[in-house]
Design a protein around this ligand. Structure first.
Ligand code: CLF
Ligand code: SF4
Length: 482
């Protein structure tokens, strides 16, 4: 294993003996049917943490909040907060001018060289603020040409701007499409503001739908990669999203990201106040599995903030508040960044080789599938202490492979060095469907409690797929011995 480049979050994969503790405290198999990517396409996404599940273990993204206005109303959005189409509700980002945003990007590009993508995703809709959005992109393209530009929109104004997006070399655009039937849309969007006029009810929804489809087709014609985000709203569009998946695929979308509605009364949204619930992790996975035979399915979205910074599973935005980053000097250096990226690619190749070895030599049909939870700081490794994890990545393991299928957010267990019982209960509930939790270290007490709940704690420091496959083999052996 080659040591990772300095400053990265990816420690070297030191082959470690997997120790199963028995004592105390981006896609499902259907995805295999999805079209495989050619080399040119792989090169376009290999450093984009949202478009490539593999990349999200290694490369970071950042957002700049330059776009305050919005032109539609979604029932899961409260205008006091960031656009909920790409954010967790209840989050407020500091608004920046394009010049401040460019300064911030150059600072972070120097401090976090594995940051490869700049996205504009709010706090309103980027294309309802076209001049601020495009000015920011221009400044960054000029000063930091190796950073990929990315945009997320509700799609209403997209057809007007595809040429400009292409001109600016923005290769990744997300449209949030929650319906292709305006009757479903009526329950999600109360109004749409289009060309200086407000349209209420189905009239507005029809405009939004037509513009989204037009935008999607225009992106395909312009050869710009398009991801579609859909918010899964039980009882409203959950059964309809399989049709959305079909339609967007037919119209050229590259990737589908079905995200759960996050809804709580304290967010003050229409859905929050009327008691509309979000889907359970199981309901979400079932729908993702159902759609994943059609096209690539994103399962690693973290619904990040309009000023997010870092790997998808971490949030370093508080290290770079406006007050702090305006005091910092940009240290963007293309050569240093290229060296770091070369190191990551080398490390990725080595991890890939370990993964291949971990796969069974021949395919075994219909082997039992289990889920395992993984504590990781990134780099594709089991490398985080149980008590420090703020989320667990979930892998589905069978005799042939271990595949990332999602993540579970949790409050982290160690709070100032001691564990909280309520937090442990919450963690156990969050990963109750997993047979094991793979961690670099775990204390005696949580280990015992997990064991009581039927979750085995496995201590290891190695490539995730390798540890997961080794646990799987041992799990099967134990089953056969019973
Ligand atoms: Fe940002 Fe979105 Fe670009 Fe990614 S996020 S604009 S495509 S760089 Fe990614 Fe965040 Fe999910 Fe969005 S994890 S919310 S999908
Ligand atoms: Fe809110 Fe975004 Fe919907 Fe606009 S597009 S209403 S900012 S969630």
């Amino acid at each position: 294993m080659t040591p990772p480049p300095t400053g990265l979050l990816t420690p070297t994969a030191t082959p470690a003996k997997t120790k199963a503790k028995s004592g105390s405290c981006g896609c499902s198999s259907k995805t295999d049917a999805a079209p495989s990517l050619d080399e040119k396409m792989k090169a376009r996404i290999e450093k984009h943490p949202c478009y490539s599940e593999e990349a999200h273990h290694h490369y970071a993204r950042m957002h700049v909040a330059v776009a305050p206005a919005c032109n539609i109303q979604c029932n899961y959005c409260n205008r006091k907060y960031d656009c909920a189409n790409e954010s967790r509700p209840g989050v407020v980002s500091e608004l920046l001018t394009p010049e401040e945003a460019a300064h911030k990007v150059l600072v972070i590009a120097g401090k976090i060289p594995q940051m490869t993508v700049l996205g504009i995703a709010g706090p309103g809709d980027p294309l309802a603020n076209p001049e601020k959005t495009f000015r920011t992109f221009e400044l960054i393209a000029d000063k930091a040409p190796d950073i990929k530009l990315c945009l997320s929109t509700n799609g209403l104004m997209l057809p007007d701007y595809v040429d400009r997006i292409k001109q600016l070399n923005v290769d990744h655009v997300t449209i949030t499409i929650n319906m292709v039937d305006p009757k479903v849309g009526e329950k999600i969007y109360p109004w749409v503001h289009y060309r200086r006029k407000r349209y209420r009810g189905i009239e507005g929804v029809k405009i939004l739908h037509e513009r989204q489809m037009e935008g999607l087709q225009a992106l395909r014609e312009a050869d710009i990669l398009c991801k579609v985000n859909s918010v899964m709203i039980p009882g409203i569009n959950d059964e309809h999203l399989a049709e959305v998946d079909e339609v967007i695929r037919a119209n050229g979308a590259f990737l589908h990201n079905i995200m759960p509605l996050i809804s709580a009364p304290e967010h003050g949204t229409h859905f929050g106040l009327t008691g509309q619930r979000g889907p359970t992790p199981k309901e979400l996975k079932t729908l993702q599995d159902k759609c994943s035979g059609n096209m690539k399915m994103m399962r690693h979205c973290r619904q990040c903030r309009a000023d997010a910074v870092g790997l998808l599973g971490e949030d370093r935005s508080q290290e770079f508040t406006k007050e702090k980053f305006m005091e910092m000097t940009p240290e963007y250096n293309l050569e240093t960044r290229q060296e770091v990226h070369a190191g990551i690619e080398k490390s990725k190749a080595e991890i890939k080789a370990v993964k291949e070895q971990a796969k069974a030599a021949k395919k075994i049909a219909n082997s039992i599938k289990i889920l395992v939870a993984v504590a990781t700081k990134g780099g594709g490794m089991v490398n985080q202490h149980f008590g420090h994890a703020k989320e667990f990545q979930v892998f589905e393991v069978d005799a042939n492979e271990a595949k990332f299928v999602g993540h579970r957010k949790i409050d982290h267990y160690c709070q100032g060095g001691y564990g909280e019982e309520a937090t442990l209960d919450h963690i156990i509930k969050a990963i109750a469907d997993c047979k094991a939790v793979l961690v670099s270290k775990i204390g005696h007490c949580p280990q015992e409690e997990l064991q009581k709940a039927g979750i085995q704690a496995v201590e290891a420091y190695d490539v995730i797929e390798k540890v997961a496959s080794e646990f799987y083999a041992q799990y099967l052996q134990n089953l056969q011995g019973e």
